[in-house]
Design a protein around this ligand. Structure first.
Ligand SMILES: [Zn+2]
Length: 228
């Protein structure tokens, strides 16, 4: 048995033995075992961070056009693999002045990977982002918000910060633009980090809701900040 197989089996055994508690810990948006996790911006001001996960894809331009129409900036948590597949998408995001975060290389559940694989997922994607000339802080957002011990440990050891969110309007509303908008209206508050997915075709409702979300936030005095 290889070291990697032993590590994965050990992780599964620990998960099985400790059950729901560890499961809840692994998907917590507000707590991790090591290092810093940001799920809200530390401010009383009426600001929000719009964050888009995954991509870039062929839909990047469509999202950017909407943001541009309202003169706002957002943060894009990109995967290394998709950055390689759509280098033009990365360039236009950067050129428009948006923030970029690291959403792993392959978008697999890092929790069940070996330490070496986890380091690679983080480092390769950071290198790809840095190679674009990006100067901002690069937050790390785990795919599916899944993290247990080694990922937070490694991020904290390398002075990286985990970024999650406090408003997830698509959960339970993936195909309902009105419900997505309503969830934002009901839950946003100063400093909120809003999680959105608009990079794939099955996320049409989010794309449809996006202009309305922005308009409602602007009408209610919110400004948009980049996480960097
Ligand atoms: Zn994702």
């Amino acid at each position: 048995m290889t070291r990697k197989q032993k590590y994965v089996i050990l992780t599964v055994l620990i998960l099985a033995a400790t059950g729901p508690a560890l499961y809840l810990l692994s998907r917590s948006r507000t707590f991790q075992c090591f290092g810093k996790i940001v799920y809200r911006l530390d401010t009383d001001k009426k600001v929000v961070a719009l964050t888009f996960d995954d991509g870039p894809t062929e839909r990047t331009d469509t999202i950017l056009r909407i943001l541009d129409r309202y003169h706002i900036k957002a943060t894009f948590f990109l995967t290394g693999k998709e950055m390689l597949g759509h280098p033009q998408g990365v360039r236009v995001i950067l050129a428009a002045g948006h923030g970029i975060g690291n959403h792993s290389y392959s978008h697999r559940r890092l929790m069940l990977m070996s330490p070496g694989e986890i380091r690679k997922e983080v480092d390769v994607t950071d290198s790809l982002i840095l190679a674009t000339g990006y100067k901002g802080r690069i937050y790390f957002r785990p795919p599916y918000c899944k993290k247990l011990f080694y990922l937070p440990y490694y991020l904290s050891r390398t002075n990286r910060i985990t970024a999650t969110w406090d408003v997830e309007p698509e959960t339970g509303n993936m195909h309902d633009a009105d419900a997505i908008l309503q969830h934002v209206k009901d839950n946003v508050r100063p400093g909120s980090i809003i999680l959105l997915h608009a990079m794939y075709w099955e996320r049409n409702a989010t794309l449809q809701a996006l202009p309305h979300i922005i308009e409602w936030l602007q009408t209610n005095g919110y400004e948009f900040v980049v996480m960097n």
